[in-house]
Design a protein around this ligand. Structure first.
Ligand code: OGA
Ligand code: FE
Length: 302
């Protein structure tokens, strides 16, 4: 007799304790740095990671918090649900690509992301999408889930992004005077709910500045960027959304130039969200590999 498993049985749900990898500094006290595609003999990084068991709260099953109660200003993440399918999923429009062609993604999905951000981020009036990453869990995929706690940008690299993507140096300087943020729009691409390697994120207001460590990213072409590693602290509160589906999005805010400003109306509790993929100890050995796309955007205003 054939044994079938429903999608529901296949999805690990509820709060869980899982190992997360946190930043651990170089033992000799030197500046942390990461070399991207280093030549032979050059190490990839001079720092390491420390693996700790962390309680991760499932927003889907939690009775005390509604998914819509998390906001960019309070938590630096936001959950959107019940969205219509993308044109990029529509065979009549995508020419058969369905999130496999970068050109088609830029043409069909980027404009939808721009509208989504403008509609859901109060005060926003301009969006520049600068990048996207597709992740698949198969060994041949160029990128898989990232199982290291990090934040994609720092204040330094966020300003560098504005200068790089604004239409002119004058526009960059004008935009840098106002509020600017970097927001990733993350969604799964699996047909059904995500069964493995979900994304975990910590509410920004539970993360202290002292635990966020800038890491230099050196590219072979001489370009230097900066991301952040994150140390663990008992006060951090970690979340995930079990069994995410294609009609849901997580907005991950990596930087907000208003963070730390105390003037009236500018209360931003951190504005940067530590995040990481994790292996749920309950996930099945034959679980479907997680597939996802994150689109990175500069968001301006008010
Ligand atoms: C991101 C990110 C990791 C993952 O969206 O910025 O780090 O595993 N994603 O999806
Ligand atoms: Fe990231």
């Amino acid at each position: 007799m054939a044994i079938t498993t429903s999608a529901e049985d296949r999805v690990p749900r509820g709060d869980v304790v899982a190992p997360l990898n946190f930043y651990a500094p170089p033992s000799d006290g030197s500046t942390p740095l990461q070399n991207i595609d280093p030549p032979p003999g050059v190490p990839e990084r001079n720092f390491s990671y420390e693996t700790l068991p962390i309680t991760i709260h499932d927003i889907r099953t939690s009775s005390d918090r509604d998914p819509s109660s998390f906001t960019l200003d309070n938590d630096a993440f936001q959950i959107l649900q019940g969205l219509p399918p993308s044109a990029e999923e529509d065979p009549a429009k995508n020419g058969g690509s369905n999130f496999t062609s970068d050109a088609s993604i830029s043409q069909l999905y980027y404009p939808e992301v721009t509208s989504l951000l403008l509609q859901n981020i109060p005060g926003s009036n301009k969006v520049i999408i600068f990048d996207h990453t597709i992740r698949r869990t198969t060994p041949s995929a160029p990128r898989g889930p990232v199982q290291r706690v990090h934040i994609d940008q720092t204040a330094f690299s966020a300003a560098q992004r504005v200068r790089r993507h604004a239409s002119s140096p004058e526009e960059a300087e004008r935009l840098l005077q106002g509020r600017y943020r970097i927001v990733n729009v993350w969604r799964p691409l699996n047909k059904g709910p995500v069964e493995s390697f979900p994304l975990a994120f910590a509410s920004s207001q539970t993360v202290n500045d002292k635990d966020i460590v800038p890491v230099e990213h050196r590219y072979n072409n001489g370009y230097t960027g900066q991301t952040a590693g994150v140390k663990h602290d008992e006060g951090q509160k970690w979340y995930f959304l079990s069994g995410m589906t294609g009609d849901e999005r997580i907005l991950l805010e990596c930087f907000d130039s208003w963070a730390g400003k105390e003037e009236e109306g500018k209360k931003v509790k951190g504005g940067r969200v530590p995040h990481t993929a994790f292996e749920d100890p309950r996930q099945r050995a034959d679980a479907e590999g997680r597939e996802s796309i994150e689109v990175r955007a500069l968001v301006f205003g008010p």
